[in-house]
Design a protein around this ligand. Sequence first.
Ligand SMILES: *Cc1c(COP(=O)(O)O)cnc(C)c1O
Length: 430
Amino acid sequence: MTADDPRRRVPRTDVVLADPRLASAGEHLGPELVKGAVLAAQARARAGEIPPEAVADEAVAALPRAATTLRSVLNATGVVLHTNLGRAALSAAAVDALATAASYVDVEFDVRDGSRARRGRGALTALREATPDAEDVLVVNNGAAALVLATTALAADREVVVSRGEMVEIGDGFRLPDLIESTGARLREVGTTNRTHLRDYAGAIGEQTGCVLKVHPSNFRVEGFHSEVGVRELAGLGVPVVADVGSGLLAPHPLLPDEPDARTALRAGAALVTASGDKLLGGPQAGLLLGRHDVVERLRRHPLARALRVDKLTLAALEATLRGPRTPTWQALLAEDDRMRARCERLAAEVRGEVVPSNGAVGGGGAPGMLLPGWAVALPAAYLPALRLGDPCVVGRIEKDRCLLDLRCIPEQDDQRLAQAVLAVGRAGH
Ligand SMILES: *Cc1c(COP(=O)(O)O)cnc(C)c1O
């Protein structure tokens, strides 16, 4: 190093940190993230990549925008419950509730007399009111946890009778049979992959039976020579029937005629229904348990229930989802064709794309094979990765060698942000 080596002029860390822009960033990002940006900028100056005078500016430019590395995404895939993008987007009411619950809250406290109160009673009451056919309800961490708790409490060391046609893999290599057997329950498989009859179940039920499990194979569709037994017939067998409807649809909906729902299963005699909170319910990740009082009470008193307990954030968002306005999930599912097309035409004119028909999907393992006809703006394929790396991050999909941006899952108030993101990619030379 010579006397005039610019590396000798790299400012000291404490000097850079005193820059007012970095000092104020430290207040909301915390000192570690700011220091990290400064150390990285100093390293670049020492490597001769930037002049020593630019260290503070470089550190400011490299500051993360938030203390989380999670990036907000504009979902232009047309897939409403995209598991890789976090499934359901929450309503504004649920987001408000999350902010409230972030501080100290009366989640388990009665403000009237200062005594302990039933945890999450607001959310549980809302769920009860939303499912009047359930005598009692319980909420755990996710659908898989609901199933684990149900089979553990009802059938540990005993048998769970289930059709071979319903031994499904949920996704990411996660198999329901493995999940259930991990609880200590034994699976008693009945029927065949394509056909299971009531007599198959009846023949398997005995002293060892803890429950009959009816799983909705939500992520695929069986066609052709196929038969299964409904909850109503199973309920006549005299053992508790657990119906895993998966999707979280609380009552039948004309848009999704083949999707099982909690109300129908309960009216048909299911002792317990399990479902997810972040699929068609449009809420936070949660596992809903709805059913007969004695059965839910048994689950609630099981030691495992404590380990699967949901936090105050989930309870807050779930209550607001149930009581609040139409969720983004249902806004996307019920998006009006004309409106989507008009939005696409506006975007296409602005970014010089082409409006094309686009089939969206429910996703999240719901309504497999069902298409949601809508509209998209088509752009050259090279836009896809560039948009993903842009700010805001936009995730579209490739179809016939073009990048499609389906507006179904984009809130209308984000149309302008989306247009700006596309224009920025265009300016960068795509
Ligand atoms: C999604 C699903 C599950 C798992 O629920 P998670 O909330 O993802 O844990 C279980 N069973 C069925 C039928 C499902 O569709």
